[in-house]
Design a protein around this ligand. Structure first.
Ligand code: GLP
Length: 255
């Protein structure tokens, strides 16, 4: 597709379509810069619906986000919970329980990860999962190396990811939390359908690897190739020719 706006419009159509076609299956949602135009397009398309349809979609809404930083309160502007409140919860008039995220302030993050994974399973698992792509090939916060059956867990973030996400922390990678709770590849691959959204020239090298390399732990997103219903939506910049970079550093796991 031509650009991030065109990608976003199609991704938003998929998300609203999933809520309309499968109202009993939770959506799987992502955060990050890639999702900003997607959620803007979703708000726009929502605004074009009739009141009765909006009401119906609002009543039945249930979504589970991929991840949250450990140590940040939901009211912290840098948390993914705050991101989702700004982008969807408040504009669409949804209740706080309708958008589920891991609790970044839980006293025991490992226990919270187990609770969150169990809550998703109890809700029937994800219907449509939307994903962005990390510069090191992560999805959610599943950092390389990552097995295809890794469950929802607490883990340490890589230097690459902390640098990638530093903008929300005053540009300082050291200010980005060390740990996060993320749905694993196990829960992501259990989704009925997956939508991978990739935009911008910075993602071209990792997208090229993803489309060419066989599935393996060094590129967590590559496990998506084993899923029966994955759609990749990318813009022209992300599909531009590029050199393949060297492998990023490995973070230790903490579970
Ligand atoms: C982040 C998030 C992912 C996100 C990805 C891409 O660290 N944990 O869910 O999809 O990295 O982020 P961005 O869209 O800002 O490039």
């Amino acid at each position: 597709m031509a650009d991030a706006q065109a990608v976003a419009a199609v991704a938003a159509e998929h998300l609203l379509g999933a809520r309309q076609d499968q109202p009993d299956r939770p959506l799987g949602l992502a955060t990050g810069r890639t999702m900003l135009p997607v959620y803007a397009a979703l708000r726009l398309q929502w605004g074009q619906l009739g009141r009765a349809e909006q009401h119906q979609l609002r009543e039945g809404w249930l979504s589970f986000n991929l991840d949250e930083y450990v140590g940040l309160a939901a009211r912290d502007r840098r948390s993914f919970a705050a991101f989702m409140a700004d982008q969807l919860q408040d504009p669409l008039g949804l209740g706080p329980d309708q958008l589920q995220l891991p609790d970044g302030l839980a006293a025991d993050p490992r226990q919270e990860a187990r609770r969150y994974g169990a809550a998703l399973a109890a809700a029937g698992g994800i219907g449509l999962q939307v994903l962005g792509l990390g510069l090191n090939g992560h999805v959610g916060f599943n950092e390389p190396p990552c097995a295809a059956d890794a469950p929802c867990r607490c883990l340490e973030l890589s230097a690459t990811t902390r640098a990638q996400n530093a903008a929300a922390f005053g540009g300082d990678p050291q200010a980005v939390p060390l740990r996060a709770i993320t749905l694993g590849l196990a829960e992501i691959l259990a989704a009925e359908r997956i939508l991978l959204v990739v935009t911008g020239a910075a993602k071209a090298a990792i997208l090229k690897r993803l489309l060419q390399d066989p599935p393996g732990p060094e590129l967590p997103a590559s496990w998506l190739r084993r899923h029966r219903a994955v759609t990749v939506i990318a813009d022209a910049a992300a599909l531009s020719p590029t050199a393949v970079p060297t492998a990023p550093p490995r973070p230790p796991d903490c579970w």
